[in-house]
Design a protein around this ligand. Structure first.
Ligand code: NAD
Ligand code: DAU
Length: 339
């Protein structure tokens, strides 16, 4: 099998590349990534010379280059992680979110139609369902919950999902979609809640909690998400959506306090700041379908996963300090400019 993984230099995509190379020694993995501010090639350093791995620096919106890669590699499967992924940035500047998340998805699916494919998988998000009220803990997102988006980011992801379903119906593109809850784990970019709080706490900097910190997110260890996608691309039914989540809801403030406790830092580092515009209150996934149909269950308990994650940031200071200093952005040129 040849598998194109787009966005494989980002947080979840890189975990997926490493997971696939470890678990499928016969498969060839092609990582296609534009290396935006969120893509970090040093994350993939350990596999750059792996005989079954190829890295291509390219934009999924660049039709000509994408078609060329398909022509050369004749992929069996495409897994699309490439996206602008940060809600706060989408509120600042929605345009690039529409470009990459919607138009880029269309280009990839056109390439799949042109060259033929066994499976196109779209990595989507629980944010397409909008949010749930705090006073209804009995409510969860299922695959039939209507799309109801709040931010330009989630609207762009929902638009892409609609386009995927349209290509499935109109062109019979063999496509699947997964909608996962919040991931955490190694290589999480330090603009997101958990790594930002760990890194700020380590440097005794203020911990900026939006609003009152009462918003709830449903956290899943990234490797469990990778296993879910593995099952979907190999055993999932085309035309289907699979929700992925581990029933692990936490209020933001409690996550931040837990990080302070684990790091032995005082809670008076916590600073309440102006709330995010349109801030979703609660996300909560019902994962019954992927459990019943594909046998998926999360394997990492949150108490273990958060400790592993904190330990990972403590032992990978170089990885995140290069990001914070911006030095990682020159990495591609330094390492691969003359290659
Ligand atoms: P990320 O921001 O860490 O990584 C995104 C990657 O995509 C980067 O390597 C970036 O360089 C690349 N990229 C961006 N624009 C591109 C383009 N035009 N062409 C090629 N590559 C491009 O994101 P992430 O958190 O790893 O999320 C990956 C996917 O999973 C996204 O589609 C996101 O919507 C989805 N998702 C994320 C979460 C989460 O908690 N992080 C949860 C559910 C779903
Ligand atoms: O639910 C899946 C989504 O999870 C993915 O689709 C997105 O790509 C991913 O970024 C994530 O979105 P969130 O907005 O939930 O994640 P973020 O880490 O930005 O924020 C988590 C919560 O913490 C949210 O309620 C906002 C809050 N927050 C975040 C930051 C960065 C703070 O209170 N302070 C902060 O500094």
């Amino acid at each position: 099998m040849t598998i194109i993984v787009t966005g494989g230099a980002g947080f979840i995509g890189s975990n997926f590349v490493l997971y696939m190379l470890k678990n499928y020694s016969e498969d060839r993995i092609i990582c296609l990534d534009k290396l935006t501010y969120a893509g970090n090639l040093s994350t993939l350093q350990s596999v750059m010379d792996h005989p079954n791995f190829r890295f291509v620096k390219a934009d999924i919106c660049d039709r000509e280059t994408v078609y060329q890669v398909f022509e050369e590699e004749k992929p069996n499967i495409v897994v699309n992680f490439a996206a602008e992924s940060h809600v706060d940035r989408s509120i600042e500047d929605p345009g690039i979110f529409l470009q990459t998340n919607v138009m880029g998805t269309a280009v990839l699916m056109d390439a799949c139609r042109k060259y033929g494919i066994q499976r196109y998988h779209q990595v989507s998000t629980d944010e397409v369902y909008g949010d749930l009220p705090l006073d209804r803990p009995d409510l969860f997102f299922t695959e039939t919950t209507p799309l109801h988006t709040s931010s330009p980011y989630s609207a762009s992801k929902a638009s892409a999902d609609l386009l995927v379903m349209a290509y499935y119906r109109t062109y019979e593109l063999p496509a699947t979609i997964s909608r996962c809850s919040n991931n955490y784990g190694p290589y999480h970019f330090p603009e997101k809640l958990i790594p930002l709080m760990i890194i700020n706490a380590l440097s005794d900097k203020p911990l900026p909690v939006y609003g009152k910190g009462l918003n709830v997110r449903d956290w899943l260890y990234v490797e469990d998400h990778c296993r879910a996608i593995d099952l979907i691309i190999h055993k999932g039914k085309t035309g289907e959506v699979y929700n992925v989540g581990g029933h692990n809801e936490w209020r933001n403030i409690d996550i931040v306090k837990l990080i302070c406790k684990e790091l032995g830092k005082p809670e008076n580092l916590i600073t309440y700041v102006t709330d995010r515009k349109g801030h979703d209150m609660r996300y909560a996934i019902d994962p019954t379908k992927i459990h019943d149909e594909l046998g998926w269950l999360p394997e990492t308990k949150f108490e273990d996963g958060i400790q592993k994650t904190i330990q990972w940031y403590l032992s990978h200071l170089e990885w995140w300090s290069e990001i914070i200093s911006g030095a990682y952005q020159g990495y591609y040129e330094r390492m691969y400019g003359d290659r």
